[in-house]
Ligand binder design. Structure first.
Ligand code: FES
Length: 112
């Protein structure tokens, strides 16, 4: 194994790319796969807003503009929260949806 194996491994580590469009502009950042959109956006200057710790409020809702196939699917909890808060079923909760590979672009309705 070469002495610089660590650097080599870091260079090929899988990454995902998230772009968030909001009233504050467009931001893009990279992260490791299988992180929630909310967690990834935490690396941005204006992260997606959140309002609860149990996926119940819908504050973090986003519209997926591109890369929907790179996200985990909706689970029952996410569908219930969208319905209970009167949001379209086509939206996603950034605190539930994970970016598993590639890239995604979302529109955030509320950012910090
Ligand atoms: S932060 Fe409340 S539903 Fe995602």
């Amino acid at each position: 194994m070469p002495l610089d194996g660590g650097a080599e491994a870091a260079a090929v580590a899988p990454k995902v790319t998230l772009t968030v469009v909001s009233p504050k502009g467009e931001q893009t950042t990279e992260s490791v796969p299988e992180s929630t959109l909310l967690a990834i956006s935490g690396r941005m200057k204006s992260p997606i807003a959140s309002g609860c710790s149990d996926s119940s409020c819908g504050t973090c809702r986003v519209e997926v503009l591109d890369g929907a196939d790179n996200l985990t699917g909706q689970d029952a909890r996410e569908r219930a929260t969208l319905k209970e808060n009167g949001f379209p079923a086509t939206l996603r909760l950034a605190c539930r949806a994970e970016l598993v590979g590639g890239s995604a672009k979302v529109k955030a309705f509320e950012v910090v």
